[in-house]
Design a protein around this ligand. Sequence first.
Ligand code: PMP
Length: 358
Amino acid sequence: MNNKWLRQTIQSFKPYAAPNINENIVIDANESPYNIFDFPKVAEAFLARMKQTPSYHYPDPFAGELRQALAGYVGCEADEVLVGNGGDEIISLVMNTFLNPGDVLLTHAPTFDIYGLDAEVLGAEVVTVPDLDGYRRDCDGFLEKIKELQPKVTVLCNPNNPTGELLPMSYVEAVLQASENPVVVDEAYLEFSGVPSIITKLSQYDNLIVIRTLSKAFGLAGCRVGYGVAQKEVIDALSLTKLVYNLNVLSQNAALSALEYADEILAHNIPPTLAARDVFYKALEDVPEITMYPSATNFVLIRVPDGPAMDKALRAADISVRSYKAENLKNCLRITITTEDVVRKVVSVLKEEVKKHA
Ligand code: PMP
């Protein structure tokens, strides 16, 4: 195909190469180890809902019942929620709604790649504020950049992927106050952090857009259910370019069934993950060759002496983790925390491999 057929903004994009995963222990995408359909009540509720859902009808375009359930879960009104095919869709809608070619998208680095990619497709300019040493956000630098540039869209990932760092709500509010334009606060991992969401302050900020997902703490990544939370006028704006039937009935019903038992699911899924994370930190605290960064999420970023060699050693042990080519994440690996069992296997490979560099 003639490369010139592509819109100019994507002509230098490389085709997406889906990672080739041959390993049995897959801890590279911050997924949950728990299957929602292993909760008998959830499975029953899902099947009962599907029986009552005629397959020949299109889904409810605004997923009314699910919006209501999510609003109940996060503590806002149903018309302050927009449901998407994963949080990814909501991010894409935000960019499509607000960015003109040449507008500035501001974010910090490293963070979740999708914001920058979506902005580049639209011909926006992506400005990033690099983290300080130890992957601590440059909070002052970020606020200064907002004041200097008044970016069209600002993104703050909290807790951040891939570093795991959680910033206090007072800082998130400072960002919202500094910006005259929309601010995306990505809370995909908030449930693991145990702190209140910025959604509790929604009525005070007409520029706040929160990204949430059922992919992580609820373990619904395969069903693709994410949502945005903002004041009603912003939700209406985000809906302007949404695909009409963006969320199919299977996903809507799976999400509704999960939310019916939200308390039980979270009580089942989160504490063992946090306990396994503690085991991970403890097991490696006396290994000076490995730097571990503090995480408020279900993953931990570590730096090892030789990232590619460590990745290879883990693969040889049937374990797939996330490794990085980017310079700002050199020799770093992001390890999803699932069960203690898996953590112990990972730790043993990490310890064995670093001995070779001692
Ligand atoms: N935000 C962050 C920070 C993420 O890490 C992810 C998933 N990796 C998402 C949003 C999107 O999640 P999903 O599309 O699965 O809802």
